[in-house]
Design a protein around this ligand. Sequence first.
Ligand code: DAH
Length: 348
Amino acid sequence: MTNDIIGTLESLVPELTQALGQASSLDEVEALRVRFLGRKGLLAELMSGMAALSPEERPAVGKAANTVKTAMTVVWEERVQALQSVMQDQALEFFDPSAPSWRPDRGSLHPVTRVMREVCSVFTGLGFEVVSGPEVENDFTNFEALNLPPEHPARDMQDTLYISDSILLRTHTSPLQVRTMLARKPPLGVIAPGKVYRRDSDITHTPMFHQIEGLLVDTHVTMADLRGILTAFVQTVFGHDTKVRFRPSFFPFTEPSAEVDISCVICGGSGKTAPDTACRVCKETGWVEILGCGMVDPAVFAKVGYDPDIYTGFAFGLGVERIAMLKYGIGDLRMFFENDLRFLGQFA
Ligand code: DAH
């Protein structure tokens, strides 16, 4: 009787070993564990017969059962490991560690935004305050108060997008001069970045672009202050070797007016990018224009109720895209608005 039970018990080990050899998946191997070693499995079933044995018979059978259990567990675990390593090898066949990896795209600021922030930070560093105003403007603020009465020929300088006879999309950031002066009393120094609109579209013009306006009003402000501030600005943004030149010009809202040129940042002011290659950016002149400026015209002060005998001031306006093109050496204005990530990603 005892030998029968022990013989049956011991036969479980080769039986399991053979069955494991035929199993080809972890699911099948797990089913065999349940069948042989599970709570209601073959081993457990035989053990439940122990109760019928006499106390003298039990130790030998119990010992055999333990040995069998250990042996079955060992062959079962070996099979699991063998199967797992086969599966891993198979997975590696499809895994190419030399294949290029997937890389998440990183966002970055648009070059126009970068330049706007940089320019504003130069001026806030000098004590100017950032202000903003509406893009839909009225004729008074955009033109009339800036000394551009209805029939003034200079209105043609900026082809306007009208919403009604007297409402329009602002053609420049200069209305912020008017809005600021109407709302405050001097002394004041403000900088106004924003979008402006013109009926204009070709290789060098887009219907929307960005400007930054500056205005400083106080007693005793002179053109020397304007010159000093703009020189500091230019040399911070373009480098301390950059030369600055003021050229007489005309704007209805400033008197006198000037345009500011800087030594060409592409050719270094030589006019040539190689001994016999003309610089296309400055057209061989060595200078590029970057902004318009001047002393606030007394006629503008009169419109906003400032006494021109007490106050003087300067103003300037610059095109952000133009500064960005010079700063980053970008040749085509349209790049800013095409949203080509290959272009925009270079400013990360
Ligand atoms: N508003 C002018 C334009 O859009 C630029 C400008 C010139 C602004 C001279 C100024 C200035 O404040 O003083 O062409």
